[in-house]
Design a protein around this ligand. Structure first.
Ligand SMILES: C[S@@+](CC[C@H](N)C(=O)[O-])C[C@H]1O[C@@H](n2cnc3c(N)ncnc32)[C@H](O)[C@@H]1O
Length: 427
C-alpha cells in the first residue's frame, strides 16, 4: 500500500486529469502535517511539470501512437517527480511505492506495473541525469494556451516588460505561494511574523508549524495578501447597511464586520454548503452578519433594502490564482469565460441600483482576464453615469500615480493573487 501522501497526490491528479476538477481545498485533510508537506510538494511538482513529465515518458514507450491510461500517467509522473526533484526521498522508496501505486486498480493501471517498474528503475540509476533531461525539455510543454492568455493579460498594463516580463512572471508563478494571515483578535501567535509592507498581514516564521489551533479558535484567518490590501480601501464614511453579494467562505465579510462593527452586514451565498461554512467561520470569528442563502439576483429583486457599501466578489475563472492552483492550466478547457463574464455583468446590473447615493461599490475578481474585469469597467463607464470612479487605493496598487479606483498591482512586483478590483461611488 503506498503511503497516504502519495495516495492523496495521486487522487488529486485523477480529479484534475480524469474529471477536469480543481484540486479541492480539503484534498490533504486527514494527513499528518509531515505527510501533508510531502503530498503538497509532490502534487505541486506533478502539476507544474505535467507536460514535461509526459513528454519525457513518451519516447520510452514501444507503441508511441497510443496514449497511456491515466493510471499509468499518474504513477509515472509521481515516480519521476520524486526521483528528479525530491532529493530527500530515497530512490528505492520512490520506485517501490510508485510501483504499488501503479498496481492499484483505481489509481493505477495494474497491467502496466512492470512497465512503470522498469522505467522508474532506469531513472533511479541516474537521478541527476533524469533531472537534467526533464529540465532540458521545453518549458512551453507546461504552458497551455490558457496560461499564455493569462500571462499576456496580467502584463497588459505593463507593456514595457515585453517577453522578458512574461518569462519572469511565469517563473514567479512556479514557486508555491507564501500563505498570508490576518489577526482578528489578540496578539499574533509566535509562529507568525509581520509582513514587511502590508500592515495587518502576517506570514509564517521560517520553519514554524501551521497555526491550526489559533485559526480554529477564530482569532485569525488565512487571507491572501491581495484580498487584505483591497479590503483596506480608503473610505471614511460610516456605512449603516452593507451587502457582501457573494460571500462564502467569508474572508471579505469578516474584513467588513471587523472594520464596520456598527453596520448591518448582509452576506449572500447561493451554495448551501458554502453558506454553512460561511456561518461557521463568522460565528467562530465573532463577526455579526445576516447570512442569506440565495441567488443574490433573486434576493435583490425581492427586497426593498438598499446599501451604503456593496462588495461584489464575483465568481470568476480564478486565473489570478495560478500560483496557488497549478491545476488551472490543465482544466481551463472547462472554463466558460463567456458565461462567467455574462454572469458578472448580471451581478453588476442587479447590485448597482441597490447602492444608496453617496455609497461605494467594490467589484472584485481574482482574475487578470479583461473579460472579467476591464471590460466591465468600460461598460459601467458608459452605462452608469451615476457612478464615478472612487479613488480608494494607493496609486502603487494600480497603474496610476496618486490614488486609484482600480486595484491591480504589478504582478512582477506584488506578492499576492492576481486581482482586478474597481471602486465606484454613486452621485
Ligand atoms: C469568489 S467567491 C467569494 C469569496 C468571498 N468573498 C471571500 O472573500 O471569502 C464567490 C462566491 O460567490 C458564490 N456565488 C456565485 N454566484 C452567486 C450568486 N449569483 N448569488 C450568490 N452567491 C453566488 C459562490 O458560491 C462563491 O462562494
Amino acid at each position: 500500500m503506498p503511503t497516504p501522501s502519495r495516495l492523496a497526490a495521486a487522487r488529486a491528479l485523477h480529479a484534475v486529469f480524469g474529471s477536469g476538477h480543481r484540486v479541492s481545498d480539503h484534498w490533504d485533510a486527514g494527513l499528518s502535517s509531515e505527510d501533508a508537506g510531502l503530498a503538497q510538494a509532490l502534487l505541486g511538482l506533478c502539476l507544474r511539470r505535467w507536460g514535461r513529465l509526459q513528454a519525457y515518458v513518451k519516447p520510452k514507450l514501444k507503441d508511441q501512437s497510443r496514449s497511456l491510461p491515466l493510471g499509468s500517467q499518474v504513477a509515472l509522473a509521481v515516480g519521476f517527480a520524486q526521483l528528479a526533484w525530491m532529493d530527500g526521498v530515497a530512490a528505492h522508496a520512490a520506485v517501490n511505492e510508485t510501483v504499488e501505486l501503479a498496481a492499484d486498480p483505481v489509481l493505477g493501471f495494474p497491467p502496466h506495473k512492470g512497465l512503470v517498474n522498469a522505467l522508474l528503475r532506469r531513472g533511479a540509476e541516474k537521478r541527476q541525469q533524469l533531472r537534467a533531461d526533464l529540465e532540458a525539455l521545453p518549458a512551453a510543454l507546461d504552458r497551455t494556451a490558457f496560461v499564455e492568455a493569462v500571462l499576456q493579460s496580467a502584463l497588459e498594463p505593463h507593456p514595457a516588460m515585453g517577453k522578458a516580463g512574461l518569462e519572469a512572471l511565469w517563473s514567479k508563478l512556479q514557486a508555491p505561494p507564501r500563505p498570508a494571515f490576518r489577526v482578528l483578535r489578540g496578539e499574533a501567535p509566535p509562529e507568525l511574523e509581520a509582513d514587511a509592507q502590508l500592515p495587518g498581514c502576517w506570514h509564517f516564521r521560517e520553519g514554524a508549524a501551521f497555526p491550526g489551533p489559533w485559526l480554529q479558535s477564530g482569532a485569525g484567518m488565512v487571507q491572501d495578501r491581495s484580498s487584505q490590501a483591497l479590503m483596506a480601501f480608503q473610505w471614511d464614511e460610516k456605512p449603516l447597511r452593507i451587502l457582501d453579494a457573494c460571500a462564502a467562505p467569508g474572508g471579505k465579510t469578516t474584513s467588513l464586520g471587523v472594520r464596520f462593527p456598527e453596520a448591518r452586514v448582509t452576506a449572500v451565498e447561493r451554495e448551501p454548503r458554502r453558506a454553512e461554512r460561511l456561518k461557521k467561520n463568522l460565528a467562530d470569528r465573532g463577526v455579526k452578519a445576516e447570512v442569506v442563502v440565495a441567488e443574490v439576483t433573486d434576493f435583490l429583486a425581492n427586497t426593498t433594502a438598499t446599501f451604503d457599501l456593496i462588495v461584489l466578489d464575483a465568481p470568476c475563472s480564478g486565473s489570478g490564482t495560478l500560483q496557488k492552483h497549478p491545476e488551472l492550466p490543465w482544466i481551463a478547457g472547462n472554463i466558460d469565460l463567456e458565461r462567467l463574464s455574462e454572469t458578472q455583468r448580471e451581478l453588476l446590473r442587479a447590485t448597482i441600483p441597490k447602492l444608496e447615493p453617496g455609497g461605494l461599490l467594490i467589484y472584485a475578481v481574482c482574475s487578470w482576464l479583461p473579460e472579467e474585469g476591464e471590460h466591465h469597467r468600460a461598460w459601467v463607464r458608459s452605462a452608469h453615469p451615476e457612478l464615478r470612479p472612487a479613488l480608494v487605493w494607493p496609486g502603487e496598487y494600480g497603474a496610476e500615480s496618486g490614488a486609484t479606483s482600480c486595484f491591480r498591482p504589478n504582478p512582477l512586483q506584488w506578492d499576492g493573487e492576481g486581482f482586478q478590483a474597481f471602486a465606484w461611488a454613486k452621485h
